[in-house]
Design a protein around this ligand. Sequence first.
Ligand code: PLP
Length: 392
Amino acid sequence: MTDRTWSHYINPTVKAIPPSGIRRFFDLAAEMEGVISLGVGEPDFVTPWHIREACIYSLHKGSTTYTSNHGLLELREEITKYLGTQGVQYNPRSEVLVTVGVSEALDLALRTLICPGDEVLIPTPCYVSYIPCTTLAGGVPVTIPTSMEDDFRLTADKLEAAITPKSKVLLLCFPNNPTGAIMNREELLKISEVVAKHDLLVISDEIYDRLTYIGQHTCFASLPGMRDRTIVLNGFSKAYAMTGWRLGYAAAQGDFIGAMTKIHQYTMLCAPITAQMSAMEALRHGKTPMENMVAHYNRRRRLMLQGFKEIGLPCFEPGGAFYVFPYIGDTGLTSAEFAEALLLEEKVAVIPGDVFGPGGEGCVRCSYASSVEDLTEALRRLGRFLKRRNIT
Ligand code: PLP
């Protein structure tokens, strides 16, 4: 190394990845007292007790080993049963891979599919990992901005317009982070026609599928002709309040899962056995506690929408996840300026929409995975902030 710094040795692709825009706000908020954070994309519930108990029991039994690279077969069977209820059948032995969160599944799916220069179509605003993970896999992210006028849904026309001969993958996320947008079956069917016409593959991140408040979630792989073109990603972090357990999965045609497993076996080996045991309990007996949490989120969603209406902040009605994405463009501030001023003046942390890619500027993401008391107080402070600026 002699007189050279580390920076000289670091892979330029890694060097070029910008730091997370969310991090900056967390760091700023962490230095202040009395902050109400609507910034975190994480359930405020503790994992239901019966799931924690299953974990304790598994440890008592001495389950402390590696598992099969694919994950415990019993867990894969529960996963395929669940996906069966979503209208798509998979073979638990060859078509499911248990991963360290959806995060690992996403990274594996991209690395398994992408050859240098392949284009990945990403409707935006999108989850913050999609663009950097695509770049790290050697792909070229092609963003497709959605807008409030379209309720942040992807339209077939917008998708068609973004396709080039290099397009290989469409990366979908409905219910969406950060907008809370959902897409119904008819709308997804139109997308699936474009996918088939252009011979695209789809990575469908359905981590928020249980958190749907309007209509029924449609699993993209359940649409005609889409099963063998789609890699479904899902996990336990959001539906079962299990973010810290780090467990997710991918389901797809067997050859593809086999290829993903090749990377997984050399990098992760397997997902943690305790988390796998606990996830089995979640799928077997977790429906009622999960539905209770979802009912709470739905009440808070309504509270936020009513609150925004009262203080005069335009907001489209999100049908899923636990985010609202109000429009703050009328304040004359950019979303970063708005978030910073709100934090410094009123100690409310929200995430500026621009960190989620094109189409996000002009809005801020507010998570309602917080107590009703905190949400009510945050709305009061937000109202005061707007009034002071003569905006409402
Ligand atoms: N996908 C989306 C859309 C998310 O919002 C998140 C977390 O916020 C993840 C994936 C990561 O999930 P996991 O905790 O399973 O890695």
